[in-house]
Design a binder for this molecule. Structure first.
Ligand code: DGL
Length: 270
């Protein structure tokens, strides 16, 4: 039986988006082992019902618990908004559950006051209004304008970024009147850091683009330090599982993690 601290960190998303978080976790915590789960069979989560996203999340948590994960990072805003409370209750003391929304709200709390902030995300995340509620509770006079941008996830999963078609779609969304005059834009979907460059290029005035991967990775590091759970065993092994094997996922995973990626097919239901 391994020491608790040598156990891996579980990270999941519907597809490649969570790799933006997983990659940052590896930069901040290179000695930790990861088990990444991409639920490519059920992508996109953003268009699914809350109940469906909850069911997928519980099933994935089971797999990550079986793999002995000490922490489960929900590297997906749609699943964080639909299933965080449920997963916390479900895993109980077996693993700590971390979402990508609370670290972002803490960042907003530290850095912004009396201002207008925009948010783009999936329909599931935007319609849940989870960011709106949490940011309101800060009582810092922040006006949050949220916009659902459902074409972006399929576009990114298909490898459409840094080209003319993706620029047109991004520009169309960001031209929405509601996002006029914002000081910062929250990327409320973990797929969007992959199009961060194009989002930045859209703005002629300075708008800060807020990405949750770094704050989430630091939150995780702090937790592992506080609980004496950092991996000191010297053994590091990463695993990448997908519920439906696709070449595009493999190509994207390699883009982030080079040739260390050996993709395993792991259907959610047999
Ligand atoms: N990357 C996810 C998110 O943050 C999932 C998007 C989707 O599957 O629709 O919302």
């Amino acid at each position: 039986m391994k020491e608790a601290s040598a156990q891996p960190i579980g990270v999941f998303d519907s597809g490649i988006g969570g790799l933006t978080v997983a990659h940052t976790i590896k930069e901040v915590l290179p000695k930790e082992s990861l088990v990444y789960f991409g639920d490519t069979a059920h992508l996109p989560y953003g268009d699914k019902s809350e109940a469906a996203v909850q069911a997928y999340s519980v099933k994935i948590a089971d797999i990550l618990l079986q793999k002995g994960c000490k922490v489960i990072v929900i590297a997906c805003n749609s699943a964080s908004s639909a299933a965080y409370d449920l997963l916390k209750e479900y895993t109980g003391r077996r693993a700590k559950v971390i979402n990508v929304i609370d670290p972002m709200v803490s960042l907003v709390k530290e850095r912004f006051n009396k201002t207008k902030i925009g948010l783009i995300g999936t329909k599931r995340t935007v319609n849940s209004d989870v960011y709106g509620r949490k940011i309101n509770q800060l009582k810092q006079d922040i006006e949050l304008k949220s916009l659902a941008t459902p074409l972006l996830v399929p576009m990114i999963e298909e490898g459409f970024f840094n080209n003319k078609i993706s620029s047109e779609i991004i520009n169309k969304y960001l031209s929405d009147d509601d996002l006029n005059g914002i000081e910062a834009l929250i990327l409320g979907c973990t797929h969007y850091p992959l199009i961060k460059k194009q989002i930045k290029e859209f703005y002629s005035q300075p708008v800060e683009i807020l990405d949750s991967s770094l704050v989430t990775a630091h939150y995780l590091k702090q937790y592992l330090e506080n609980e004496a759970l950092l991996n000191n065993s010297g053994q590091v092994k990463d695993q990448f599982l997908v519920s439906d094997f696709t070449r595009s996922f493999e190509a994207s995973a390699k883009l982030f993690f080079k040739d260390e990626v050996h993709l395993e097919s792991y259907p959610l239901w047999d």
